[in-house]
Structures are given as structure tokens and as C-alpha cells.
Design a protein around this ligand. Sequence first.
Ligand code: FPP
Length: 246
Amino acid sequence: MSELKDQIDLQKLPRHIAVIMDGNGRWAKAHGKPRVFGHKNGVKSVREITEAAAELGVEYLTLYAFSTENWSRPKLEVNALMHLLIQTVRNELKTLNDNSIRLNAIGDLTKLPEKTYKVLMEGIENTKTNNRMTLNLALNYSSRWEILNAVKKMASDIKQDVLDPKAIDESCFESYLTTKGIPDPELLIRTSGEQRISNYLLWQIAYSELYFTNVYWPDFRKDNFYKAILDYQSRERRFGKTSEQL
Ligand code: FPP
């Protein structure tokens, strides 16, 4: 049993953890291999962190798997990532169901290649009654796209008299986001040493604790994940209040 895991206070576990999985390319380069080798090994970390999160009792795990900006990468890499996604969803379906993990995706999904979209939707459909944890993949996702999309839908609803502008508050706005019904992440982890948000969950991370580590994603394993949670648990979350008011 991991000593780090035992130190985690399960009463103060984040309900939702978001991750920016970064450093696959640099990890591959450091091993003298092509970038795709890094992504393939990144899938091993996806599996391990999903398992660790579910074992602890985290309710939502949101992984940034492909951003709207990632289309500008070399075609070979984009194709490999799309193929890897298909393979992973197919290979992991049984494990997801055995562990009652629900697959979900956020982003502009209809713009994914047809095959990727189809397999993803099958995965979502086949796991929809699972209730232990939701594995949420951000695919062709960017926060500015999501926010603009919400604004467009709201404008359209106002025009059709379905929405009263006076009724727009935070919870109303949230209901137009792709994360509708999912609590905001208490913790956001980014691997690989970069300290940026990169257009990820901008509305949702308003009060999230940010955790940056130099570890490349393919090296990020259960103990690294436990360390991030322990670091989160050592912080005081004040939400604008003073320490004394908490
Ligand atoms: C960032 O590393 C990683 C990505 C853009 C893709 C993440 C994808 C996976 C881990 C595999 C597929 C995922 C699933 C859920 C099946 P990078 O390429 O930006 O690394 P670099 O910054 O070192 O170049």
C-alpha cells in the first residue's frame, strides 16, 4: 500500500479534478523516440490516474485530451491521436464498466473525425448508467469556444422567448456550458513544468487550486497524483474570506 495514499484525508477529497496532460512530446524526445510514442505512453498514465481517482472516490476526472488548437499539429500526429482515442475507448470499455466508470466528453465533438466521434459516442452510451466516477474527456475543447457557444445559445433562447435576460445568473450561465451539472473542479493539475491554463475550463476554475509539476505526463503515476491531492489538502481555501471567518 502506498504511504502517500494513506495520508490523504478522504473527508476533504476534491469531488472534481481537472488535468492538463502535458509533456508527451518532450518525454518522447528525451527517450529518442517520435512524439506519438509519448502519446502512447500517456495513455498508460490516463489508465493509472483514472484508476487512482476512482479508488479514492473522486467523482469527476476531466482530462484535456485534445484542444481546438491541436488541429494545427502535423497531420500524422493528429491522426495518431485520433486513432489512439478510438483504440483506448474500445480497449478500456470493459474496465470502465467493471469499475462503474461513466465516460463523458466535452468540446465541439461533431467536428471530430467521423470514426472517432462514432466510437466515442458508443463509449458514452455504453457506460451511461455507471455511477462511481465520471471520466470526462475534453476533446476539440477550448474554453473560449465553450463560452461563446453558451452566449450564442442564450441569445437564441432570448430571441425565442425561452430565456428571460433578467434570469441570467451564475447558475443559469453554467447550464449553458458543456460542463452542465458537473461541479467546478477544486483542483487543476498541469504536468510538464508549464504554468499556463491554455484555454481550459476558464469559467469553471474561478476558485480552483492550481498544482504544477515538472513531471512529464507519461511519467505521472499514482504517487504523483496522491502528492497533488496532498498539496491541495494542505492549502487553505478562503473564497475571498479571511482565515478567521472560515
Ligand atoms: C500534451 O503533450 C498531450 C496531448 C496534446 C494529448 C494528450 C493525449 C494522450 C495522453 C493520449 C490520448 C488520450 C486519451 C484520453 C485516450 P504534448 O504533445 O503537448 O507534449 P509537449 O508539450 O512535450 O510537446
